[in-house]
Ligand binder design. Structure first.
Ligand code: TRP
Length: 329
């Protein structure tokens, strides 16, 4: 039996290079070895993004991006969380066994509550029980997630274990975090911050849908410093981050040449950025074109979504039926 993998991504915007080199590249490898369920967490996005205008478009956008990046809908179940009504029912059961104290102590809850004190809704509080539902509904063995999601996964194991002991059955598996070790590259942002992510301005991230000109503009504006002053000096964080982008997107010789230039203080950041911009354009342009072509084919996208839903429904319906039985309905 192949191991079961589940992972979700919230549709709060387009995917960027950080998503690609973090999650998506791992997904592409995993689809060859495991029984994968990759979904778009559109219920989860309601905790912070409750409006319909972007929801529909973002779900389609991510679906198209996944396919363009190489996820094969014949191999994995690609679906939207909201297409699986069983999710709502299992979520209800999960909430009966989650304690207020542990939910309030969750780091992501505290962060969100601090960032947005006027919208501390119950969905935000129970975000971990919904995520546990996504995972347990398919009896996942492995969940490929980044560091920031490890606490949620730990809570998933707590909920699973608690359910098992409450009902005296070894029903839910305890899922483990998964990554291909050293291959998990954390892509830094263009503003010198440690992580590429969605920012207010959108200038910190390069999206897989950015046009050539936008990519060039963003990279040319990336944060740098005034340059090395001593031979062989250590790179400050902003510069080390920029070099990490070069390492990820440019040829090894190119990286080495700029690294050498940094060491002997002859580097010109403008040249480095130009090279990085051209190599990034070369990487993204074909992907962007594929995404656009897939997005233009509504019938195909609908078919993929339905096919994913059917596959996910099969395993979800079985779980919910069994859980109802265990609880005594
Ligand atoms: N919480 C995840 C994130 O913000 C998204 C998510 C929802 C997820 N449900 C999941 C990830 C289940 C893995 C498994 O990125």
């Amino acid at each position: 039996m192949k191991k079961i993998v589940v992972s979700g991504i919230r549709p709060t915007g387009n995917l960027h290079l950080g998503n690609y080199f973090g999650a998506v590249r791992n997904f592409i490898r995993m689809q060859e070895e495991y029984n994968c369920y990759f979904f778009i967490a559109d219920y989860h996005s309601l905790t912070t993004h409750p409006h319909p205008e972007h929801l529909r478009q973002n779900v389609k956008q991510i679906l198209a991006t996944y396919i363009a990046c190489g996820l094969d809908p014949e191999k994995v179940a690609l679906y939207a969380q909201s297409d699986l009504p069983e999710t709502a029912e299992l979520y209800l059961f999960m909430n009966m066994n989650a304690y207020l104290g542990e939910l309030e102590r969750c780091t992501s809850f505290k962060d969100k509550a601090r960032q947005n004190p006027n919208n501390v809704n119950a969905g935000l509080l129970t975000y971990p029980t919904l995520m546990a539902t996504d995972i347990l509904i398919h009896h996942a063995d492995l969940v490929p997630v980044g560091k920031d999601q490890e606490q949620h996964l730990e809570m998933t194991r707590v909920f699973a274990q608690r359910f098992n002991s409450l009902y005296g059955q070894d029903y839910f598996k305890l899922p483990q975090a998964f990554s291909y070790g050293g291959d998990l590259v954390k892509i830094p942002g263009l503003d010198g911050s440690g992580k590429m992510g969605k920012s207010e301005s959108g200038n910190n991230a390069i999206f897989l849908t950015d046009t050539d000109d936008v990519i060039r503009k963003k990279i040319m504006r990336a944060t740098t410093d005034s340059g090395p002053v001593e031979m062989n000096q250590e790179k400050p964080e902003v510069i080390a981050n920029l070099f990490l982008l070069v390492k990820t997107l440019c040829a090894p010789e190119v990286y080495d040449a700029f690294d050498q230039a940094y060491k002997n203080c002859s580097i010109r950041y403008g040249d480095l950025k130009k090279q990085l911009a051209e190599d990034t354009v070369k990487f993204i342009a074909p992907l962007r074109n594929k995404i656009e072509a897939i997005l233009a084919d509504d019938a195909y996208l609908e078919k993929v979504r339905r096919q994913g839903m059917e596959k996910a429904h099969e395993s979800a319906a079985k779980t919910v039926r069994e859980v109802r039985g265990i609880i005594g309905f």
